[in-house]
Design a binder for this molecule. Sequence first.
Ligand code: CP
Length: 342
Amino acid sequence: MAKDSLFAKSMITTQDWLVEDLERVLKLAFEMKEDRYSDKYTSLLKFRTFLMFFYNPSVRTRQSFEAAATELGGHAQFLEPKSMRLKTKKSAGETIEDAAQVMSRYGAGLGIRILEDKVPEYGAGDALLREYAKYSTIPILNMADDKFHPMQGLADVMGLRMHLGQNLKGKKLLQVWGHGALSRSWCSIQESLLINSRMGMDVSLCYPEGYDLDPEVIEMVKENCKKTGAKFEITHEQQEGYKDADVVYSRNWMSPNAYSPDGEYLKAKEVEKALKYPEWICDSEKMKLTNEALFIHPMPVDRGHEVSDEVASSKKSIMIDVAENRLHVQKAVMALTMSENL
Ligand code: CP
């Protein structure tokens, strides 16, 4: 195996990977997009199976991973973990140590999605993926957990490069909270902060008081910015956030008080609170404050809450390109981590 091989390497967050390895993924993703069905790629995972555990529903992630496996000559297989008998604090069953080793005998890789409402506390979903990674000999790919969403972060960067060019240094990215009834996880927004700060983007994080993100992740973002010389600010003033932004990423997210002490995810309470901020929506008036910014969103987008229809459907909206990019970046990650032929 070559010294710089990524074979069998898990991806739980892009922050765990070297920037040069992320660049390898992005380069391959652009090549795969250009030459989608080339013989160079269509047998890389021939007869290999990508296993997928979805604790939560998905449209893009499931469809794009299944399509990615097909286009690489393999197959993707879906399991709802409720049909497993895993050991938990409250029930007897199989350990992750055992399940991870058995899955490693079947598949070429294992993808897992587990979001905020399927865990008793923030971070438990990410910890579960890391437990699988500890015992498996195949790569564990994060298909969105309660902290990170690396495939989305890579697709975001690919979309921004398509529209702003290869060098994103010095471009201002606004990541702004949007009101709504979805009470979403922090994974997409935190992954975007991490990867885009490593790409040298100036990041402005804007939200109402009471919607702080994970302080450890914010520290990592500050460190990333120090290394790249990028600016980082947190503001609670939308005017300030939108001013001169080159990219606007509007998204609802839960507050840090979303769990009760006994491990219940308090969705109804979160929604009630979030709907009290109707002025927190990305609309055309606010977009006028920007540097003719692009609009991005990981989708599914909550039109009328996170963003107005006018902005979501405007020529500046690149969210469909970004959604397409999920396929290309996942193909690249799968090829690099699951095929000995790259
Ligand atoms: N962006 C994203 O992960 O979409 P899905 O929830 O539809 O998979």
